[in-house]
Design a protein around this ligand. Structure first.
Ligand SMILES: [Fe+2]
Length: 377
């Protein structure tokens, strides 16, 4: 068994106020570059970061499902500004872009050159990650997922030197998160925990993290969606669940749900968490023969009581469908994916790096079957 977590975590309501001290003290940085998106600036969240520095260069061009050309532009800026630290502020897109830009700051070429594992020649700049959503887990993972628009794929760029040096995780940053984003990112975190718990490389340590993440997320997600502003306990539990799910899946892996969600996201720019939520119950039904015992354990932490494993699993899958409905997640048919594209999505899903981690072997034909069932729901 291997478990690796080099990221120092600072967690708690209000910890964002410690940022300046962490950057100048622990990280000894005097020239940080902030990587974020315009939505974060417009929501006023960046203000809490910017106010702690006399001057800070900012790249705010990150979009949903960050694109390779955007990251290349950010890399160019980093080479000119010559920062000694990259601060990523935002959802998974901003944090993944920050990691990729930190790599390009110290390595030549474009981000596509670094697709795969440990392709960098020089250590990337250190990254400090500040998540502003409750789902990505990117603040504690070694991977950056960047969409190549020309090839219509999501590239995984990863390596042990890409873990953020520090994650500053402040649940109070969720206060202004709109309900659709609480839903999609919270369901992404739920999917991370379910897939990490059932992946082939799951271990005693990742199981511990994933199960506690699931307990926290099941208990807090519906309440956080209702009123995250007033419910400090729900937003703290949801943020902690998301963080723990990230620590679990980076050491275990994700599975078929993410294979499908990443394929759909690369082709149609579908929000990652929405795509995960759509496929999660269908993949759980597919995985049943290989993962029923583990699903029954998840049912227990979700507070489901049943006379048998089979019944517990059936109720768990029904609960997950109900949560998605209550959180107004659109069904597959509303994602505007043409029926004629299903075979190519199935093929891409099968070719995904995480496909071998799924608890039950999934062929391209199996993925096509799951997609056809999704389109009938
Ligand atoms: Fe995810």
């Amino acid at each position: 068994m291997k478990f690796h977590m080099p990221t120092a975590v600072v967690f708690g309501p209000g910890v964002i106020s410690e940022l300046g001290g962490i950057v100048r003290g622990k990280l000894r940085s005097s020239r940080p570059l902030l990587v974020t998106d315009r939505g974060i600036i417009a929501a006023g969240i960046a203000e809490g970061v910017l106010s702690q520095f006399r001057a800070i260069s900012t790249f705010d061009g990150v979009e949903q499902n960050p694109k390779h050309k955007t990251v290349d532009r950010g890399g160019e800026m980093a080479r000119q500004v010559k920062p000694d630290l990259v601060i990523g502020l935002g959802g998974g897109s901003a944090l993944d872009a920050a990691k990729a830009i930190a790599l390009l700051a110290t390595n030549p070429g474009v981000i596509e050159d670094y697709e795969g594992r440990e392709k960098y020649q020089t250590a990337p700049l250190p990254v400090l990650a500040i998540p502003t959503t409750c789902g990505t887990g990117s603040e504690v993972t070694w991977v950056s997922i960047i969409t190549h628009t020309g090839r219509q794929i999501k590239m995984s760029i990863k390596g042990p030197l890409m873990y953020p040096a520090v994650a500053v995780v402040d649940p109070d940053l969720l206060v202004t998160l709109p309900p659709p984003l609480i839903a999609s990112t919270g369901l992404d975190a739920l999917t991370h925990a379910v897939e990490a718990f059932t992946a082939k490389a799951a271990s005693a340590i990742t199981d511990l993290l994933a199960l506690e993440a699931l307990r926290l997320i099941f208990a807090s997600l519906p309440e956080a969606y209702q009123d995250i502003k007033k419910n400090a306990e729900a937003r703290e539990n949801l943020m902690l669940g998301s963080l723990m799910a990230g620590m679990a899946f980076v050491n275990s892996d994700v599975g078929a749900v993410h294979c499908l969600a990443e394929s759909v996201g690369s082709l149609y720019d579908t929000p990652h968490g929405v795509a995960n939520a759509v496929f999660l119950p269908l993949v759980m039904e597919f995985n049943l023969e290989a993962a029923e015992a583990k699903y029954a354990q998840i049912a227990l932490v979700a507070g489901i009581e049943a006379a048998s494993r089979r019944e517990a699993t059936r109720l768990l899958i029904a609960r997950i469908r109900e949560i998605s409905r209550d959180l107004s997640v659109p069904p597959f048919r509303e994602l505007n994916i043409p029926e004629s594209d299903l075979p190519i999505i199935a093929q891409k899903s099968f070719a995904n790096n995480s496909n071998p981690s799924n608890p039950r072997e999934a062929t391209a034909a199996d993925y096509l079957d799951i997609l056809r069932r999704a389109s009938r729901e």
